[in-house]
Design a binder for this molecule. Structure first.
Ligand SMILES: Nc1nc2c(c(=O)[nH]1)N[C@H]1C(S)=C(S)[C@@H](COP(=O)(O)OP(=O)(O)OC[C@H]3O[C@@H](n4cnc5c(=O)[nH]c(N)nc54)[C@H](O)[C@@H]3O)O[C@H]1N2
Ligand SMILES: Nc1nc2c(c(=O)[nH]1)N[C@H]1C(S)=C(S)[C@@H](COP(=O)(O)OP(=O)(O)OC[C@H]3O[C@@H](n4cnc5c(=O)[nH]c(N)nc54)[C@H](O)[C@@H]3O)O[C@H]1N2
Ligand code: SF4
Ligand SMILES: [Mo]
Length: 875
């Protein structure tokens, strides 16, 4: 590969004490160039690259879950620039503000550049792990030895892998090899991400997944907490199109925080936290009483007369006189007959929903609960009805990652059904098909020990009575990402003795982070595959320096937007230090190390099952494995004999140069009547959920009401199957913790990654009310005056979970009674820019030390929003 260079940058790692900030330059550089030199992006001696002599190499950004198709400009073995892939029908060459921060992650002087081992056996905050450099061979041999000890004890299930962000090849290392070793415990971060987001869409329209929004053709966007121009999953596309969209669509943003999107919206609805479902139900109430539903999708009353009157039930059937033909024929056998009062077209259970729930959910009722005025609720409902079906209903973690959030998700998404916006032009639709080929799972390589191991209960307790985790409608099919900490501490179902964490920082990113810190002290042997030393690393015994996803590895990543599904490849274009590709080289090295210890199954699996589709060759090392996996997965797109639609390529090399495949445009309305639910229709009364709950209850010899009571939901009887209101669960009493905490993603966050970056801290004030270099907790001036707090004061925030210290910012964009704070600061161990003293002291505080450990158990999700009580005190 001529475009692959090892730049051999010999910077010392953070703990070895790097002096990169002090790069000596013989001449004065302007501040921007100096910053680039400091970050290692350009050479001090020759800071200006010769233009035009490099090349654009396609790749994919994974700075957030938008997963944009990109091109990186590589010259002289360095990456200088990133832009949208010119072939992308979602973004073209454009990109969000964070795309360039990928470069400073790549060239972060604090990156880990070689494997290390811990020399201090004591684990805990403030303990210096005493990392020292080791070889890859020693690292992998130690890892393999620990796994072999577990197998020798007959306890391979005490091995756990955790993953945060990932590429599509991650399953080989994290799940398939783990199962060959004999553990079922491949734990993903999905349930601290947004599983509740999928709950409503699945149980109403059969889509366990996120949605794309046809904003180019929409006439109304209603956001429940989403801030699409700053976060969520369409950021580059939304930032490009939002301005144009404002010319033809109204926007209403429901959020206790005056978000970037709210600032550009027609309506801001600063809702009382945790009460979104009341608002959604009241909107539905008005849409029905005012006959604003989309009849071509939902249907109509048999005689066209609206019977949805507040407070009144509607009969499921109505008696009608005999048909005229029977009267004319004097056929007296045909008396009055019963017909459905409402003829539903592509939906199911509208009248039951109305009778069981909606008839009483008036705007007046909702106004009391939500604090949103009746007139505004009615106005938004009417505008939605007028714009239907070209309406986007945008959900977010803020509205559904709460204790009863599965039902919030249903309440919100139900509006897409009523307005005919589901799977429709100008509305929202599931992700487009992106038919990558799957990789061989290695089942044939599991011996009896492995089979017995993977039959053990999983560490996250999924499927227990109190953890239905109904992903895709199956009891216990979803992950409960936060639960392992508790399981480890209680040794129920058992303890974990070997942990491999890949691309995650659970000690920082998990709610009630203190519990992860405690649990990690208890796991005797841990490996962290990471770019930077992070809080998670501080508990690790072995550090594996991983490739940067965008520039240093082979992988496949797919996404959807603007009606197109896209599949892109990441490819190695540079290499910093002695790193390895996390999803191909690291599994290969582990398999080799296990082989050296006499356990050959993982290596046989990799050598036998993976074949280059062009040459038939098998891999002989991890880099080859990476390329082969990419070619195998993407074959449907470049094999000339393939029958999948979308972009056509003649061969692999042609595909590699473009770097991405694009599907045909989304076929709107094609799923109407074929939704993938039990009835095939959009289920306002979810027969699909009824079956799933019944199956879970049967598994535990109980009834559905008991499942709901055990899992802390209020619904009993048939309410369980429809979108309905549940009172928010408040964590902490109002007297002790009078404020409610609002956590959100800063527009510069690249999940937990780009944070050790000068721009990240220096430009934090790109969110209004935030400070440069600081960690702001924003409160309303009314509250500030009452508490005698001014901007710049040091304040202490406390909740039932813990206490953090940060800086007050008095800002009108917060609903009174709330504290708004961006996720992202409060790292006690990351890098020089984001920790006050690495390994000990953070700048500001981690929101997750305030957020309690609680669940929305039907989806398995962790709680991050709803009503988290906090106390605010001036220090
Ligand atoms: N900038 C940026 N974008 C990202 C990411 C990132 O790190 N940075 N990460 C990506 C990832 S991993 C994910 S999962 C998605 C998540 O994207 P979203 O699901 O959109 O969720 P969050 O960004 O976590 O934001 C929560 C939002 O809810 C609001 N909120 C809080 N409480 C309430 C409430 O009670 N009601 C309402 N209506 N709103 C409330 C907050 O103000 C905030 O706007 O974003 C992705 N996009
Ligand atoms: N309070 C609060 N908590 C949150 C959220 C929030 O909005 N508020 N968001 C939640 C959400 S939506 C998510 S998805 C999770 C994310 O949380 P995690 O799943 O823990 O993921 P990250 O924080 O992105 O993981 C960061 C780690 O991965 C390493 N890393 C970065 N790039 C790579 C790579 O290419 N390869 C490898 N091997 N390692 C790499 C970094 O150095 C760092 O150690 O956090 C959740 N936690
Ligand atoms: S940070 Fe997110 S939105 Fe921005 S370019 Fe990367 S993947 Fe796309
Ligand atoms: Mo996420």
């Amino acid at each position: 590969m001529q475009w692959f260079h090892d730049t051999k940058i010999s910077r010392r790692t953070f703990l070895a004490g790097t002096g990169a900030l002090g790069v000596a330059t013989a001449f004065q550089l302007n501040p921007l160039t100096q910053a680039l030199v400091n970050a290692g992006v350009v050479h001090a001696a020759n800071p200006i690259p010769i233009p035009g002599s490099g090349e654009w190499v396609p790749t994919v950004c994974q700075g957030c879950t938008t997963w944009c198709m990109k091109e990186a400009y590589v010259q002289d073995g360095r990456v200088f620039h990133v832009r949208g892939n010119q072939h992308s029908k979602i973004t073209g060459k454009s990109g969000c503000v964070r795309q360039s921060m990928a470069l400073t992650e790549l060239y972060d002087p604090d990156r880990v550049r070689y494997p290390m081992k811990r020399t201090n056996p004591r684990k805990g905050r403030g303990e210096d792990p005493g990392f020292v450099r080791i070889t890859w061979e020693e690292a992998m041999d130690t890892f393999a030895e620990k796994l072999m000890e577990l197998r020798q004890k007959g306890e391979p299930y005490k091995y756990m892998t955790t993953r945060g962000r990932y590429g599509f090849m991650s399953g080989v290392m994290l799940a398939n090899i783990t199962r060959i070793i004999g553990s079922p415990n491949a734990i993903t971060h999905s349930a601290i991400c947004a599983e509740a987001d999928k709950f409503g869409p699945y149980f109403m329209e059969g889509n366990w997944g996120y949605r794309q929004y046809d904003i180019k053709n929409s006439r109304y966007q209603l956001s429940f907490g989403a801030d699409p121009i700053a976060a969520n999953r369409q950021v580059s596309f939304a930032t490009r199109e939002w301005g144009n969209m404002l010319d033809h669509a109204k926007v209403a943003v429901v959020d206790p925080r005056f978000s970037s999107s709210a600032q550009k919206a027609d309506e801001w609805l600063p809702i009382r936290p945790g009460t979104d479902s009341a608002l959604a139900l009241a909107l539905a109430h008005v849409i029905l009483t005012e006959e604003l539903w989309h009849k071509p999708f939902v249907g109509d009353f048999f005689d066209g007369k609206n019977r949805f009157v507040s407070g009144q039930t509607v009969a499921l059937e109505t008696m009608v006189e005999a048909a005229d033909a029977a009267v004319e024929a004097e056929d007296t056998t045909q008396g009055p007959t019963a017909v459905p009062t409402f003829n539903e077209r592509y939906t199911h259970g509208l009248v039951q929903w109305w009778n069981l729930e909606l008839k009483d959910r008036t705007p007046e009722w909702a106004a009391e609960i939500t604090d949103i005025p009746v007139e505004q609720i009615v106005r938004v409902a009417r505008d939605l009805g007028e714009a239907a079906p070209r309406v986007g209903i945008w959900l977010s973690r803020g509205m559904h990652m709460n204790t009863r959030g599965s039902y919030s998700s249903m309440c919100g998404h139900a509006l897409a059904g009523l307005l005919g916006a589901a799977e429709n032009d100008g509305g929202s639709m599931r992700f487009s098909a992106r038919p990558t080929a799957s990789l061989p799972d290695g089942a044939a390589y599991r011996d009896d020990l492995a089979k017995a191991g993977i039959a053990m209960e999983m560490i996250d307790r999924r499927g227990r009575l109190e953890f239905p985790a109904l992903a895709r409608g199956r009891s216990g099919a979803g992950v409960i990402s936060a639960q392992p900490a508790n399981s480890i501490l209680e040794e129920d179902p058992y303890g974990i003795e070997v942990l491999y964490s890949s691309w995650n920082n659970f000690v920082y990113a998990q709610p009630h982070a203190q519990e992860w810190e405690e649990a990690m002290k208890k796991v005797p042997f841990q490996v962290h595959s990471t770019l930077n030393l992070a809080e998670q690393s501080m508990f690790a015994d072995i550090i594996l320096p991983a490739s940067h996803s965008m520039f240093e590895r082979w992988n496949v990543v797919a996404n959807s937007g603007n009606g197109y599904g896209v599949v892109g490849i990441q490819q190695p274009m540079v290499k910093i230090g002695d790193i390895r590709q996390d999803e191909s080289e690291i599994p290969w090295l582990l398999a080799e190390a296990l082989d050296r210890k006499g356990f050959s199954a993982p290596l046989e699996y990799l050598k036998n099952e993976f074949t280059d589709p062009e040459t038939g060759a098998h891999p002989t090392n991890g880099d080859e494995l990476g390329l082969i996996m990419v070619k195998m997965m993407t074959r449907p797109f470049w094999d000339p004999d393939s029958t999948v639609g979308g972009t056509k390529f003649a061969n692999w090399e042609e595909f590699r140069k473009v770097g991405m495949w694009t599907s045909d445009h989304y076929p709107f309305q094609s799923r109407w009547g074929n939704m993938g639910t039990k009835t095939g229709n959009f289920e306002f009364y979810s027969e699909t959920l009824k079956d799933a709950l019944q199956a879970h209850a049967d598994r535990h010899n109980t009834d559905i009401d008991n499942v709901l009571a055990t899992c802390n939901y209020e619904a009993r009887g048939e309410l369980a199957f429809i979108p309905h209101y549940e009172n928010p669960v408040r964590h902490g009493s109002e007297s002790e913790y009078p404020f409610l905490f609002i956590d959100y993603k800063h527009k510069l966050n690249r999940e937990g990654r780009g944070c050790n970056h000068y721009w990240y801290t220096a430009e934090r004030d790109t969110e209004p009310g935030d400070f440069k270099f600081g960690d702001a907790a924003k409160i309303n001036p009314v509250d500030a005056e009452r508490l005698g707090i001014e901007t710049g004061d040091t304040i202490r925030l406390s909740s039932v979970s813990g206490t953090i210290t940060c800086t007050a910012s008095v800002w009108e964009g917060v609903r009174p009674g709330c504290v708004v704070k961006a996720f992202g600061m409060g790292h006690w161990a990351y890098g020089r820019n984001v920790s006050e003293e690495f390994g000990r002291t953070a700048i500001g505080g981690n929101n997750n030390e305030l957020i309690p450990g609680d669940y929305d158990r039907l989806s398995g999700s962790s709680v991050f929003s709803g009503q988290i009580g906090v106390r605010v005190e001036k220090v």
